[in-house]
Design a protein around this ligand. Structure first.
Ligand code: TTJ
Length: 689
């Protein structure tokens, strides 16, 4: 063997790999599952770079029964000729020289860098063995490396060539690189590759590199076994014993639309405000910039940014550029199209980002990662070019008549966000004018509980003084507080919301909750983890509920988002026997039939017209007792629907009102509203009652 010959010329190189083996954590972060997959991503990154430069369009990752794994691309292949300075083949340099990436060519981008980018030699150093095949010039080259304990030298030898790169003279039409390796079990706490971890990342890489075909094969399991294993997780019943069911499990990712398909995937199951995501791609000052976005009916912003295919959840200058460009262009658009009147102020960036799902992907050189987890882009020079690229991109998209509706919807969504934002500010001003909410004295009517644990405490907001009085008698004073709303204090149909704010009861609610209002709202200070609206099952009760939900939606949105708001459901009927031997309650008409059958012959039915008709005992059993009551948790969508309803009813635009009433022709029966409420009962999410 030619081994001696090689050992002699490689001394410095070998010391390099030894350092990796001595302190793996320095190079791959950890020797746990994350580090294990890191050495795979090092190899995958090289193949991705070849594809990103336009030389490869297929990558296959294969997991073998023996626990090893391989990556193959159909690119140009790692250089096989002798490196002029190193005097060994390019392949040997790549796998034995620290920080020597797969690229020598100055004209190509080596995008991998940053988080990964410690080089393929690190993978070699931390593998028991590694094999390379390069398909090039119509022939096949091979080389193998090994790590072992050398008894004579009394030390571990890492990534040692078993011989030079050889031309096997096996003819082939293929071109590309194949690398297979076995992670070293004396380095890693586990050497078991996780199918789901790998699948998720390869899927992401396929989204980020449009048109690239990535296949994942797991020879450790058959398709059949995979289907059986995941049966519980997929809604569709799976058909076993299909053709190929005993073949290895395999999956292929390929997205013609790239990150635009990514956005579609991310908004799956949400209500999209326009059909197709916007997508734009350009190059500026050496930075490849791509973005895609879509608005949904939700309220949060979801921006997923990537630099050189690496997720940057901590953000950075690229995100600033994106946000800046979005705000600038959309404000200009709104002005130009008279969607903002001359005297109206600009929208804020937040307004345009309500319900936004976006993917921003940039590719650049000399990346500086910063932040707690080194996932924040620290290159300030990218901000301006990205901002101007986003402005230019959105302008060209807006000039396409196909996208008119899309931009209209975006502005409409921003108008809704701005309306809520302005109302919330007015609320705070009103509160300030009334000498600060914090120092507000509770106005007598609140029957506060004695317990001091917010997570156990409940606030019942009860319609009407008489029902309020009954509730005070019925409650468990340790954890249940009662706040009666007098008469019809919230006959708000004609009142503006800032006037509602001046309402004593509303101010009592703010004070009782103790968490402030508007942008000062602080969930940590919340006195009650359950805020329960208890109103009659008639039209007045429905209105009161709507106005309270609108109030929470606009001024205390985190309260709703965190799931603290509930609607209490008093029963509609009592089914009983005259002798008082049986008493059953029904919360709707279906249940009424059930209960009538249950009570049987001689039943009597009482219909409750309001909470006020119930005795304290009955109110406790049916509506207050955590073990027996019927609570519905309010979602942010419910609250938004209430807001829409109130706004439309109060609004002076007659058209809107008409259209609304048509849509909710039967809203007197509450059905339209109740339809919108996801019937998630108390305790369903495992929360303590
Ligand atoms: C470098 O410049 C000359 C032409 O080939 C370029 C190159 O290195 N291409 C390349 C490397 N394609 N694929 C790789 C590669 C693939 C895998 C799976 C692993 C590694 C380490 C490199």
């Amino acid at each position: 063997m030619a081994e001696n010959h090689y050992v002699a010329s490689d001394i410095t190189v070998l010391e390099g790999l030894e350092a990796v083996r001595l302190r793996p954590g320095m190079y791959i972060g950890s020797t746990g599952p994350k580090g294990l997959h890191h050495i795979l991503w090092e190899i995958v990154d090289n193949a991705i770079d070849e594809a990103a430069n336009g030389y490869a369009d297929k990558i296959e990752v294969r997991i073998y029964k023996d626990g090893s794994i391989s990556v193959e691309d159909n690119g140009r292949g790692i250089p096989t000729d002798i490196h002029p300075k190193m005097k060994v083949s390019g392949v040997q340099v790549v796998f034995t020289q620290l920080h020597a990436g797969g690229k020598f060519d100055e004209h190509n981008y080596a995008y991998s860098g940053g988080l990964h980018g410690v080089g393929a030699s690190v993978t070699n150093a931390l593998s028991k063995w590694l094999k390379v095949r390069v398909y090039q010039n119509g022939t096949t080259y091979e080389m193998a490396f090994r790590s072992y304990y050398d008894k004579a030298k009394k030390r571990y030898e890492s990534g040692i060539p078993e011989g030079p790169l050889v031309n096997t003279k096996q003819k082939t039409k293929k071109h590309g690189t194949f690398v297979q390796f076995m992670p070293d079990d004396s380095v890693f706490s586990t050497t078991e590759f996780q199918l789901t971890t790998i699948a998720r990342r390869l899927n992401e890489l396929a989204f980020l590199n449009r048109g690239l075909t990535i296949t994942l094969v797991d020879e450790r399991i058959t398709r059949n076994e995979y289907l059986e294993e995941t049966e519980g997780e997929t809604a569709n019943t799976v058909q076993l014993d299909l053709v190929g069911a005993s073949e290895p499990y395999s999956v292929t990712y390929r997205y013609e639309g790239g990150i635009s398909d990514f956005v579609t995937y991310l908004t799956d199951g949400k209500t999209r405000l326009y059909q197709k995501p916007l997508y734009f791609r350009t190059e500026r000052e050496g930075i490849l910039i791509e973005f895609s976005l879509q608005h949904t009916s939700e309220f949060t912003e979801n921006l997923f940014s990537f630099v050189n295919n690496i997720p940057t959840p901590e953000g950075g200058f690229h995100e600033m550029g994106f946000r800046g460009g979005l705000t600038r262009m959309l404000n200009d658009y709104a002005r130009d199209n008279k969607l903002l009147k001359d005297k109206e102020a600009n929208f804020l960036g937040d307004d345009f980002r309500e319900g936004l799902t976006a993917v921003l992907s940039i590719k650049m050189q000399n990346v500086q990662f910063e932040g707690q987890t080194k996932t924040k882009l620290g290159n300030p020079e990218v901000r301006a070019p990205i901002e101007s690229a986003v402005v230019e991109g959105l302008r060209s998209l807006a000039s396409d008549s196909k996208n008119r509706k899309t931009f209209e919807e975006i502005i409409k969504k921003a108008q809704g966000a701005a309306r809520v934002r302005i109302a919330a500010r007015q609320a705070k001003d009103t509160a300030r004018a009334k000498n600060s909410i914090d120092g507000l004295m509770l106005v007598g009517k609140l029957a506060a509980c004695s317990g001091k644990k917010p997570e156990l405490n409940e606030l019942f907001i009860v319609e009407g003084d008489s029902a309020g009085g009954t509730a005070k008698q019925a409650r468990v004073r340790q954890f249940q507080s009662i706040l009666p709303l007098r008469g019809k204090p919230l006959n708000v149909e004609k009142k503006r919301l800032d006037q509602v704010l001046a309402n004593e009861e509303i101010r009592t609610i703010i004070s009782a909750l103790g968490a402030g209002i508007g942008s000062d709202f602080n969930l940590d200070k919340l006195n009650y983890h359950k805020v329960i609206i208890l109103s009659d099952a008639d039209q007045d009760g429905f209105h009161i509920r709507c106005i309270l939900l609108t109030f929470f939606f606009r001024y205390m949105r985190p309260l709703v988002l965190a799931g603290h708001v509930y609607i209490g459901m008093p029963p509609l009927y009592k089914v009983y026997r005259a002798n008082g031997s049986v008493e059953e309650y029904a919360y709707d008409d279906n249940e009424l039939q059930e209960k009538i059958e249950k009570v049987g012959r001689g039943y009597l039915v009482q219909r409750y017209k309001g909470l006020g008709e119930m005795s304290a005992e009955q109110l406790w059993t049916t509506t207050l007792d955590p073990a027996r009551r019927n609570l519905t948790q309010v979602t942010i969508e419910d609250a938004a629907a209430a807001d829409e309803m109130i706004t439309t009813l109060m609004g002076d635009k007659v058209e809107g009102r008409k259209e609304f009433l048509n849509r909710y022709a039967n809203f007197n029966k509450e059905d339209a509203f109740m339809d919108k409420i996801r019937l998630k009962k108390e305790g369903e999410d495992g929360e303590e009652a």
